[in-house]
Design a protein around this ligand. Sequence first.
Ligand code: AMP
Ligand code: ZN
Length: 113
Amino acid sequence: MEDCLFCKIIKGEIPSKKVFENDYVYAFLDIEPQAPFHAVFVPKAHISSANDINDDNAFYIGEIFKAIKQVAKENGLTDGYRIVNNCGESAGQTVFHIHFHLMGKRKFGWPAG
Ligand code: AMP
Ligand code: ZN
C-alpha cells in the first residue's frame, strides 16, 4: 500500500527503532510511548484492521504473538504486559495497517489506562 505509514516503515522509507524483524513481522518503538516500554508489532503484509483478518492472512497474527512473547522476554517485561489492538476509528485506531501495541514496565488499569 503506497500511502500506508506502516508499510513505509517496514520498507525503511520512514525511520524506526526496530526491536524485532523476521519474514512475517516487523516491530518498532512507538513514537509516542504510553508506557516505559512501548513497541508496535505489524505484519509484513498490509492488513487494514482486525476486521480484515481471514483464512489466508490469519497466520500473521500468530507470528505477531510469538514475536511479542520474545520481545517481552528480551526486554525484561517479567511482571506482565499489556497487548492492545485498536480496531476502527471510535476504538482509537489511527493507522489502518493492523498493529498490536506491547506496553510494559508500569501498572495498568482495566478496562482502560
Ligand atoms: P493506533 O492509534 O492504535 O492506530 O496506533 C498507532 C500508533 O502508531 C500510535 O501509538 C502512534 O504513536 C504510533 N506511531 C505513529 N507514527 C509513528 C512513527 N513514525 N513511528 C513510530 N510510531 C508511530
Ligand atoms: Zn500498510
